[in-house]
Design a binder for this molecule. Sequence first.
Ligand SMILES: Nc1nc2c(ncn2[C@@H]2O[C@H](COP(=O)(O)OP(=O)(O)OP(=O)(O)O)[C@@H](O)[C@H]2O)c(=O)[nH]1
Ligand SMILES: [Mg+2]
Length: 763
Amino acid sequence: MIFPAKTMTNKTTPINSIEKIINETLTILQRVEQIPQMSDSSSKEYQAICRRIPDQIRAGRLKIAVVGVIKSGKSTFVNSLVGKELVKRGAGVITSITTRIQKGRKNQANLHFKSWDDINSQLQKALLLFPDDGRDDSPGDRPDDRLGNEIINDFDIRREKDREYLKKVYQTLTCDFPVTKDGIRPQTLLIRHALYGFDICKDLVQADETVVRFESKDFDKHKAYTSDPNKAFYIKDVCINVFGKVMDPSIEIADCQGADSTDPASLAHVLTYLESSNLIIYCISSRTGLRHSDIVFLKQIKNLGLLDNILFINNCDLTEHENFNDLIKIETSIRDNLEFLEIQPKIFSVSSLYNLFLKLESKLIKKDLSRLKFWQEEKKMVQYCNLQTQKFNSFFNQVIDKNRYELLISNHLKRLGIIVGQLEQRADIFLDLLSSDKSKEEKAIRILDDLHQNASRLETIVTNSIQGAVSGLKDEIESNIKDVFIQDQKAILKNAREYIQTACLDVEQYRSVAKESGFNQILYLIFQEFKRKLDLYVIEDVNPRLKRFVKAQEERITSYFQSLFDSYQIDLYQINLLKADHHSQLEDMSKLTQQQNDFIALVDIDNIKKILGLQLPTRIFEAEYTPRIKANIITGFCLQTLSQIFFSLSNRNSVFSFSPALKKAAVNIKKENQKIIKDQFEQYQLSLQANYFLPLIEAATRDFKEKISERFNRYHFFKEEIEHLFSLKRSEKKDQKKKLLSIKQQIQKVAADIASYPEISWE
Ligand SMILES: Nc1nc2c(ncn2[C@@H]2O[C@H](COP(=O)(O)OP(=O)(O)OP(=O)(O)O)[C@@H](O)[C@H]2O)c(=O)[nH]1
Ligand SMILES: [Mg+2]
């Protein structure tokens, strides 16, 4: 079984053993509450933290993305992992949307449908610039008088007329301009999917996004949606829950659609999933080895800085290879080619279909069973693939265990360690205080009074100075944004403009069709081609850079608040030490308060973003077709045509051609868009600052202030606590000491469990 069997069967699963530690910590906290002065406001907070941890671990999942170019065996590989025919696979089947798979209480497929607004705006973009003359002019055919461009501006596929218009556009595109050298144009495909999928999906789509569920006997129906691009056009996200032991509850596997760089929307979808994944499994078909499209895709992955967590599957077609040596030859060539891309690959040559058939042997149809038997005769190859499968399994399990521990468990464990550590220190201090004599107590009270006053004074200073300190941070981030955007030191805008300037818009390909189809239709295709190129450039080049910049600023915000916090902290701590003189108890007290605050003071940027629902402003650059461009092009076209008409009048042998006018149009679109993206860039800068970083810093400041104020409250509370403790009778003190010693023992046991956690959980 590919999933870590031990985590499925062993009683000490990670979640079980952490729950045991949590329960013991909760018992300690409850016992502490029974000792009057020992618990403070933090006790309730700690209990809440402990109770949240199991859910947080359960909600956190390791994401594993199975990717590759089309038809590399991704879906077969995913099915072989789970040992079920879960996602649709096979010849002619095209996974049309990334399908996430998680463990669930029952088999259930959740299909998240897009809203009508999303669907219409996607189509609107694909229609942008489609010429008016795409519509049928016969009056009987056109009860509503809207022109093509009006329809596009107010497009709604639910209207029959608009669908009719879409059909005509589609016909024009397929008849006049069937394919490019990269295949069918993405916008043509998009329109086709929208049209063909409409009837089936129209009753499922709603005004807002909506979820459609398939379960029990309908469960397998999801396959019809995820493997049909027409239906998948209407879907935004798919998540399949699988019942049983086949899935580890802490992981999510995604069968991604084949990475296709001709369609930016589909590529963006896959890359977005990849960015949030913890492990990438990259499938290459042994039939083809590494293809050009693999290299393009791998470069994109590299650009996003995601090559550290990648492993490769050489998906072996056992029928295709003459012998074992042939198989090794392919593996070696894949390895060499990857090394050429500066990737030190971890490659496993496995046969997914063979592995899947092996797991399903008792349920196989006759034909597949005979394929399986046939493959088994290829002993050397099968042996090799089996060995490689085993190696993959153990490597995969190791990676999962390591990641699971680091990403899902270790942080929580650290928090528990801090809580328990504080409780122990607190118990020690109280034991010490309960043992002190009268004169020591009096001196301690005097010092506490001073400490209390100092804390109040510092609280005022902090409250008054925080705004000033934070405005420094705001200035710093603003100036960093300016560096990147205005001075453009990272040259985002400069490069994008150069990209546009050198982008090749091939008008020559329309030479043969130019006469039958209108100038405007070709213009539409040129513009859409330009838009696609710019979209791809943004996805591949600009977005990764932008995200790196934003991440660096967020880290700066976190570290700024941390150092702000540290500076306040040091002051108070020094005052304490100075005043406390040789009083070890009070040194301990201040340490205790400090440690508590370390625990609560970290500004958690990710959490703040989640609470505020903050997202980066959308799209930095987008190609536009403005009236100005249109006017320029039309003028250019008229002049060109006129001069050509004159020329052909005077020269009988000349052939009329659109090419020069189209070339000029292409240059015009590029030139104008170079200007347009400058404005977009400036707008993006303003928006990034005003709608992203400012709210983020402000929320972080509020968070910080609350934590600081809680800290001072603890100092005040602490004073009252100690005074009360000193006032206890002798016999009461003895009784408390006894209880405390027993609590301390329990604390030490939990601390030992936490320290030995990684070993006990994975044995
Ligand atoms: N012989 C053999 N064929 C395989 C193996 N893995 C996949 N195939 C075949 O390869 C073809 C594509 O398999 P899929 O798993 O659907 O490929 P995919 O990468 O998911 O395809 P897309 O989703 O369209 O990108 C099918 O015909 C499979 O039967 C294998 O290990 N051996
Ligand atoms: Mg597939």
